[in-house]
Write a protein that binds this ligand. Structure first.
Ligand SMILES: Nc1ncnc2c1ncn2[C@@H]1O[C@H](COP(=O)(O)OP(=O)(O)OP(=O)(O)O)[C@@H](O)[C@H]1O
Ligand SMILES: [Mg+2]
Length: 287
């Protein structure tokens, strides 16, 4: 996830650690990063890690902190959250599952929700107060449901794709997941090769299953034995990577609704970005 981490460092961690350098370039500290990608690939995890690394207050904003059944109360809550952030600046606000707050206004059936989004937009713009030192981090796995106004410069001016872990990353994740478990001669590269398209969460699920099966076996036989490559491969076989379904949807948006190259990273990831391969598999092929 080096690329994503680098963006977070440049946009969030460094400005807070070295405000003088940013000031020297006449650059104000603010704005936001929107992370998007398939479920279980570490968006929330990365935000938590940022909270630990950043030398500022970090406020994770849950939907329940904002949404309220009474008219006008949600906007009020949102305003209070931003006000608190302005008072404690430098401060990082983290909105997880932000599509619930910033859904396309045209998709809204209830005008009350539209008010919340408008409030969110104007808070991000700093209409109700100066946003210097207020940094916003947000995550979603449905970026196509977000109001495009959110992506205007000064709001979420960086939109980054958090891809599923590559082979090297999968190996590292598996090593961490199995670090405190009894194992014998586990062939990590082989496991990593057998888990393409697996998310971090899928890997965790596979390891959990392997451990449960081993426990059951140990109960039956009365002797505990360490986990082997075979045990893990058996568990992996039973898992269908959850990222597949996401990419099926994402692919359509990336091909047919890629305004301003927003989803280029998805096209790159799916290797659809170059040459005539772009429309292979399209319903219009051959027309
Ligand atoms: N790249 C990764 N490195 C280490 N752990 C990971 C990675 N990706 C996912 N995980 C682990 O998988 C689990 C799910 O990750 P996380 O909750 O961050 O996913 P997410 O991208 O926020 O998913 P969603 O879109 O469903 O909210 C976490 O327990 C996390 O520790
Ligand atoms: Mg998440």
């Amino acid at each position: 996830m080096e690329k994503v981490k680098e963006e977070i460092r440049i946009k969030i961690i460094h400005p807070i650690a070295h405000p003088e350098i940013y000031q020297a370039y006449g650059k104000s500290m603010g704005g936001g990063i929107l992370m998007y990608g398939p479920p279980g690939c570490g968006k929330t995890h990365l935000a938590r890690a940022t909270a630990g690394e950043v030398q500022a207050s970090f406020m994770a904003v849950g939907l329940h902190d904002v949404l309220d059944m009474y008219m006008g109360q949600s906007e009020h809550n949102l305003h209070n959250i931003f006000e608190l952030a302005r008072h404690t600046a430098p401060c990082v606000l983290f909105f997880d599952e932000v599509d619930a707050l910033g859904a396309k206004r045209s998709d809204m059936r209830h005008s009350s929700m539209r008010q919340v989004i408008n409030q969110f937009l104007s808070e991000l713009d700093g209409i109700h107060g100066v946003n210097e030192g207020v940094l916003v981090l947000a995550a979603t796995n449905a970026p196509w449901h977000l109001d495009s106004a959110l992506r205007r410069p000064g709001r979420f001016d960086r939109v980054i794709f958090v891809p599923p872990p590559d082979q090297e990353a999968r190996e590292a994740i598996l090593r961490i997941l199995l670090a405190d478990k009894p194992t014998r001669h586990v062939d990590y590269p082989k496991l990593a090769r057998s888990t393409s398209e697996f998310s971090g969460a899928d890997l965790k699920g596979s390891v959990d299953t392997a451990v449960e099966d081993k426990l059951r076996e140990a109960m039956k036989r009365g002797i505990p034995t360490p986990l082997t490559t075979q045990d893990l491969l058996a568990a992996i076989k039973g898992v269908r990577p959850t990222t597949q379904e996401w990419f099926e949807t994402a692919r359509n948006y990336a091909i047919y609704a890629n305004q301003s190259g927003l989803y280029n990273e998805i096209l790159d990831y799916l290797k659809l970005s170059k040459g005539p391969g772009l429309f292979s598999g399209s319903p219009f092929r051959g027309n």
